[in-house]
Design a protein around this ligand. Structure first.
Ligand code: NAP
Length: 247
């Protein structure tokens, strides 16, 4: 007789790299309340003070070769440990999701090489709203040739780089749709703004504004979990958040 109970979803096995950081902690919080994923390894730079926390096993970065099997590594850390993590994902056939900024050309090349063997996704912004915004910007830029395009971004006072990586990605999406003509950028650094991006198209007598505001860092962690669940088991290659919005 057929069972009437719905099958349990198979949980994606995650390795969180940079687990002690702000993003790592947000990911662990979200995973603890999400039955569709299971953290099998929380990895941090230094030796963990406690080996198991809330049922999650912790490892030092030097112990990476000995962690249990995982489907996807989610990395929000520092560039120093990046090459070892990517090598471990390739060795295990596991997908890589990374939001770590400041990667150098060698680290970017290592990620590119890994994409021949495993699915890989690096993004400067994991907000699902920004992924949709990028799509809308590309469409608006294609539909409004000859209009002025300006991108204004605002972030907290401690952010050093300007324009933000997200503003540059949005600018690249606009430029690709209007014959390579780059937009103008303006940056505001003030208070504790998490991240705001306005893309404006203007011509005589009218203006179109597309705006995204991130209210907290959790949106990036939620987006990373969303893409991690959809990247597991995919064909090797380089993916964008935009490619994994459905479902
Ligand atoms: N793309 C996005 O949407 C997005 C959003 C937010 C942040 N980010 C980026 O994500 C990264 C982390 O941000 P955050 O705010 O979470 O930083 P954070 O609070 O400074 O945390 C960084 C963590 O990385 C760990 N770490 C450093 N080297 C490591 C290694 N070799 N192996 C394992 N872990 C290592 C550190 O461990 P210890 O505690 O042991 O030192 C620390 O806990 C940054 O590059 C940031 O720019 C991206």
């Amino acid at each position: 007789m057929a069972s009437t109970t719905a099958p349990m979803p198979i949980a994606t096995r995650l390795l969180i790299h940079g687990a002690n950081g702000r993003m790592g902690q947000a990911l662990l919080r979200l995973c603890s309340a999400d039955a569709t994923c299971r953290v099998v390894a929380a990895v941090t730079r230094r030796s963990p003070a406690q080996r198991v926390v809330d049922g999650v096993p912790w490892f030092a970065a030097t112990e990476l070769p000995g962690v249990p099997a995982f489907d996807v590594a989610i990395d929000f850390s520092l560039p120093e440990g990046f090459a070892a993590l990517v090598a471990q994902c390739v060795a295990r056939g596991a997908a890589v999701v990374s939001g770590t900024t400041g990667l150098d050309a060698t680290q970017v090349a290592a990620l590119q090489a890994a994409s021949a063997t495993v699915p890989v996704l690096w993004a400067s912004n994991f907000s699902l709203g920004v992924a949709v915004l990028e799509d809308l910007v590309a469409r608006a830029a294609a539909a409004l040739p000859g209009w002025d395009c300006d991108i204004v971004e605002a972030h907290h006072a401690a952010k050093l780089d300007a324009p933000s990586g997200t503003a540059l990605s949005l600018g690249a999406a606009a430029a690709a749709s209007r014959g390579g003509v780059a937009p103008h950028y303006a940056s505001v650094r003030a208070g504790d703004i998490v991240g705001e991006h306005t893309v404006q198209f203007a011509t005589a007598g009218e203006r179109l504004e597309l705006v995204h505001r991130a209210g907290n860092r959790e949106v990036f962690a939620r987006g990373a979990l969303h893409v991690a669940a959809r990247l597991a088991g995919r064909a090797p290659g380089t993916y964008r958040v935009r490619d994994l919005l459905d479902g």
